[in-house]
Design a protein around this ligand. Structure first.
Ligand SMILES: CC(C)(COP(=O)(O)OP(=O)(O)OC[C@H]1O[C@@H](n2cnc3c(N)ncnc32)[C@H](O)[C@@H]1OP(=O)(O)O)[C@@H](O)C(=O)NCCC(=O)NCCS
Length: 263
């Protein structure tokens, strides 16, 4: 079964609701937590199909066309936030008022949490430290059966290429504090805690310093070559360790460990 990454469209909306629901409880299925199963996706994925300064890609099974993952994000977190705070969440808050699930005594806490936030969407504003690190942020999720096969790394690579095409040198993600697997994944591919952020769940990737290096290799005091020519120096991929610098072209970007920097 082969998979491919392609740009997402509005026709993917239902599929994105599904993937988000099945991964929304700190990486596990949140299906049991919701009578309104679209709420996680309506909050964290689907706005990135159409709102300001956004981009979105899906991971799809080639034969069946089943969407099994995604990476979505924005080039400009503040512009995106103002757009959704004014034009997205209030509209959906009104939609859900029609049958008033929020006020029903039997509403599930998971649904109430989302709908409560729609009433005051300013809670979606990001931390200043994150935005100072980079204006770009992302969300990524892959269904369980396709996890652990390198697709997360490839989707992040796609995100990196996308923001670099806009001249941005970083992007960040906020993680659920319970989601240790996601934290390990991000750290493995080069994300680090954002300096000045209020907690350890704000992770940033400096795409200039590059994410190709694994933590083990970063800690070794030897030269690493990321294996890609400009302008794609931020591409993630296998690290090649080169001891003989003469095989490199002058334009290759080099990272020296342990204090990684771009030469
Ligand atoms: C987190 C997620 C996107 C990672 O994608 P993935 O396809 O499973 O990860 P990959 O196979 O691309 O892994 C990339 C690297 O991270 C490492 N890694 C991934 N998960 C890891 C874990 N739990 N612990 C340690 N390392 C891990 C892999 O070993 C791999 O390292 P290597 O290339 O050096 O061998 C995916 O598992 C997922 O969607 N999980 C559920 C939803 C979720 O938690 N989303 C994130 C919300 S913030």
């Amino acid at each position: 079964m082969s998979l491919a990454i392609r740009r997402a469209t509005e026709a993917d909306t239902d599929a994105l609701f599904r993937v988000c629901l099945l991964t929304a409880d700190a990486g596990k299925s949140a299906a049991a937590l919701h009578d309104f199963p679209e709420l996680p996706g309506l909050t964290y994925v689907v706005p990135y199909l159409t709102r300001k300064e956004t981009w979105a890609f899906v991971l799809e099974e080639v034969d069946t066309k089943e969407v099994v993952g995604y990476v979505v994000g924005t080039y400009d977190t503040r512009a995106y936030e103002e757009d959704v705070i004014r034009n997205w969440f209030p509209v959906h808050a009104i939609r859900y008022l029609y049958n008033s699930p929020y006020d029903r005594p039997d509403i599930k806490p998971g649904d109430k949490w989302y709908l409560g936030r729609y009433r005051d969407p300013t809670v979606y504003r990001s931390f200043d430290a994150n935005v100072e690190f980079s204006p770009a942020h992302l969300h990524i999720n892959i269904l369980e059966k396709h996890q652990g096969k390198g697709w997360g790394r490839r989707l992040i690579e796609k995100a990196v290429e996308t923001v670099k095409d806009r001249g941005l040198d970083g992007l960040w993600v906020g993680i659920d504090p319970r989601n240790d697997d996601a934290r390990k994944f991000y750290k493995r591919i080069g994300f680090k805690e954002i300096e000045g952020a209020p907690d350890v769940n704000q992770l940033g990737l400096n795409t200039l310093v590059n994410a190709c290096t694994t933590p083990e290799l970063q800690s070794e005091n030897r030269m690493l070559w990321c294996g890609y020519q400009p302008p794609h120096i931020s591409r993630l991929g296998p690290v090649t360790t080169i001891r003989d610098r003469s095989v490199m072209s002058p334009d290759d970007r080099v990272i020296w460990g342990p204090e990684a920097r771009v030469l």
